[in-house]
Ligand binder design. Structure first.
Ligand SMILES: Nc1ncnc2c1ncn2[C@@H]1O[C@H](COP(=O)(O)OP(=O)(O)OP(=O)(O)O)[C@@H](O)[C@H]1O
Length: 258
């Protein structure tokens, strides 16, 4: 991946001082009689320039954790600090601004707007945030993720892998504190997955971003610096620099014990 030239407002020097931190996060569903704790006293620190994968069996709380991080679910207790702000204290307008400008999200389904060109999809978060659109930066980012030649096309004219790269450029355009990737390779074939995983790695190593990846795929998790395992709403161990086979074995073991 090409490094973009930087020089745009808000690059990572100023983000580096703030880790993204979650402390004492709990989230329950139901009423007193039927209360179910989807997350129970979770702590997490995502340091600058780190790539963290989260894995766990179905129902372990991964989506709930992401929803809390994105301000879509309100935690029962705990703090979530992004860019020096505890987002659990924000009102709806503050949460919307946080989602627009401070966290970039990439989903399994690329969620591009079909009627907009690639360039307009990439710049959409800036438009929504009422920020000036720097076309040079949009072009640089498109080059960085390898879709620089497709800026005038519509998403339907791109392959799945190319659409996911556009989604990454869109996630990066506001220079957020955190990139959250929720099963970003789930809909892709192996070759396109490899490109997207390489891109995730480069976003951390070359662009200095911090990435949180939620995945069921040990092959994807193996690209991360560390893999955290979630079960029944609690952490159950972590692996650092582990290969795919070791991650798969740990996940299978976790499933057997739940
Ligand atoms: N809105 C809700 N109301 C009630 N229970 C919920 C709600 N959302 C999630 N849960 C429960 O919380 C637990 C954690 O769910 P969550 O979706 O976070 O798991 P997950 O790890 O993302 O699972 P999967 O891998 O299947 O997506 C599950 O038992 C789920 O049934």
């Amino acid at each position: 991946m090409k490094k973009h030239k930087g020089g745009h407002p808000g690059n990572h020097a100023e983000h580096a001082e703030h880790a993204v931190t979650i402390s004492g996060l709990s989230k329950s569903f139901g009423t007193d009689a039927t209360r179910f704790w989807a997350l129970a006293n979770i702590d997490l620190t995502v340091a600058p320039r780190t790539f963290t994968a989260i894995m766990g069996p179905s129902g372990s709380g991964k989506t709930t954790l992401l929803n809390c991080l994105l301000g879509l679910d309100k935690p029962d207790t705990g703090a979530i600090r992004i860019g020096g702000t505890d987002i659990t204290a924000l009102d709806e307008a503050g949460l919307a601004e946080m989602r627009r400008s401070h966290v970039g999200v990439v989903f399994q389904s690329y969620n591009l707007i079909p009627s907009l060109s690639v360039a307009d999809n990439i710049s959409l978060p800036l438009r929504l945030a009422g920020r000036p659109i720097d076309m040079r930066r949009v072009r640089e980012l498109a080059d960085t993720v390898g879709v620089g030649a497709t800026l005038d096309r519509r998403p339907a004219q791109l392959s799945g892998g190319q659409q996911q790269r556009v989604a990454f450029a869109r996630a990066l355009v506001t220079d957020p504190e955190l990139i959250v990737a929720d099963e970003p390779t789930g809909a892709l074939d192996t070759a396109s997955s490899d490109v997207v995983l390489g891109l995730l790695r480069s976003i951390v190593s070359d662009l200095g971003q911090r990435v949180l990846l939620v995945t069921h795929d040990p092959r994807a998790a193996a690209v991360a610096d560390r893999v955290l395992f979630l079960r029944d709403g609690r952490w159950h161990g972590e692996l650092r620099g582990a290969a795919e086979g070791r991650i798969a074995a740990a996940l299978a073991d976790l499933g057997r014990r739940s």
